[in-house]
Design a protein around this ligand. Structure first.
Ligand SMILES: CC(=O)SCCNC(=O)CCNC(=O)[C@H](O)C(C)(C)COP(=O)(O)OP(=O)(O)OC[C@H]1O[C@@H](n2cnc3c(N)ncnc32)[C@H](O)[C@@H]1OP(=O)(O)O
Ligand SMILES: O=C([O-])CC(=O)C(=O)O
Length: 375
């Protein structure tokens, strides 16, 4: 069971910074719930679009509502020409998270949120079009092609894989993308969501909130850890080599990306789900290195530090087995977490007071100003 830590100290740990009806993290009974539903049940039985609807519209959709919602999202997938032109000018070696941040910001100039009544429409548009922002830029700058940003794929995960690889994805890959997007969708007051809420509390627009949140997610202590985990596991040829180097890294007090959590104490409930899918994918591709190496690191971290894999660690191998380039791992997180960010923005707006904490001053005492000629 994913229990929460006893919280204290820096980083606002343990301080209730507001209320939410969207999710619980680390409470007894289930490690993670979205509007009361255990994330493991959602990952096992729902489609990502159902979960997006749950977060953004308040309840799980009926069959008819889901079909309508998916049809609507499908119709919103294409990028405006002006955005394509901007994406073409972003360098090949730019970080894809910077591409996502820029793409979101540019869309805010092309299709601005003029009133808060438009917040759901604007979120649906971002949700539908984010996979194309990433893939249009990636395919143009890496393969020299201007891709069609629409596809007949039924799901957002399938659509992303189709745009990336230029062909229909396998059922297994669509299934895993669906699970992954569900697992990453929402997580209470994590750093990027809190960033979005702070921005929303000034009554700023949705695009500014999402752009700011992308900036927070980009850091290696948060969303970028899935890419950092991939860089770690692909360094090793065998579990023995991984264990030996891990021991040296821990000796040096290196941070091991994809392990530990600010709130969970014993496990991250998302890990068991994505780990299971990573194993299935490993078997399917006949992997005999990456998955065993991941397990060896997992075992060593638990034995040496009592640290467990968080949602990011086995996402690395799972994405890799689906042929996704490492630099696109964190942008996929953006495509999913947009739902949580936006739902928090709506919640903040519905009961707003500007978020403005106080600081403990630790600087010099008040002193006399000295004019520059006398310094
Ligand atoms: C989807 C997500 O965003 S999940 C998080 C993704 N981030 C990562 O995977 C980055 C690696 N992990 C970390 O840096 C941290 O565990 C965080 C940022 C997630 C949480 O940070 P904190 O709440 O400050 O961690 P916590 O208080 O549990 O740290 C306790 C001790 O364990 C150590 N520790 C925590 N995580 C790790 C790790 N991954 N590797 C090595 N040591 C670690 C800390 O350095 C600390 O040691 P100290 O007391 O000697 O300073
Ligand atoms: O909650 C956190 O601090 C980080 C995290 O796991 C997430 O945002 O999914």
């Amino acid at each position: 069971m994913a229990e929460a830590k006893v919280l204290s100290g820096a980083g606002l740990r343990g301080q209730v910074a507001g209320q939410t009806a969207l999710s619980t993290v680390g409470q007894a009974g289930a490690g993670l719930t979205y509007r009361g539903y255990d994330v493991r049940d959602l990952a096992a039985g729902a489609e990502f679009e159902e979960v997006a609807y749950l977060l953004l519209y308040g309840e799980l959709p009926s069959k008819a509502e889901l079909a309508d919602y998916k049809r609507k999202l499908k119709g919103l997938r294409d990028l405006p020409q002006a955005l394509k032109e901007v994406l073409e000018r972003i360098p090949r070696d730019a970080h894809p998270m910077d591409v996502m941040r820029t793409g979101c910001s540019v869309l805010g100039t092309l299709e601005p949120e003029l009133t808060f009544d438009a917040q759901r429409e604007k979120t649906d548009r971002l949700l539908a079009l984010f996979p194309a922002v990433m893939c249009y830029w990636y395919r143009f700058t890496h393969h020299g092609v201007r891709i069609d940003c629409t596809s007949d794929e039924d799901t957002l995960g399938g659509h992303f894989l189709h745009l990336l690889h230029g062909k229909k994805p396998s059922e297994l890959h669509v299934k895993v993308m669906n699970v992954s997007l569900i697992l990453y969708a929402e997580h209470e007051f994590n750093a990027s969501t809190f960033t979005a809420r702070v921005c929303a509390s000034t009554l700023s627009d949705l695009y500014s909130c999402v752009t700011a949140a992308i900036g927070s997610l980009r850091g290696p202590l948060h969303g970028f850890a899935n890419e950092a985990a991939m860089e770690l596991i692909e360094r090793f040829q065998s579990p023995q080599e991984a264990t030996a180097e891990l021991l040296r890294m821990l000796e040096r007090k290196d941070k091991i990306m994809g392990f530990g959590h600010a709130i969970y104490k014993e496990s991250d409930p998302r890990n068991e789900v994505i780990k299971g899918w990573s194993k299935q994918l490993a078997d399917q591709v006949g992997d005999t290195v990456l998955y065993p190496v991941s397990e060896a690191i997992d075992k060593t971290m638990w034995e040496q530090k009592r640290l467990f894999p968080n949602a990011d660690f086995y996402h690395a191998s799972a994405y890799h087995f689906m042929g996704i380039p490492t630099k696109l791992f964190t942008p996929i997180f953006v495509c999913s977490r947009l739902t949580g960010w936006a739902a928090h923005v709506f919640e903040q707006r519905a009961n707003n007071r500007i978020i403005r904490p106080s600081a403990e001053y630790v600087g010099v005492e008040q002193r006399q100003f000295v004019p520059i000629e006398q310094r």
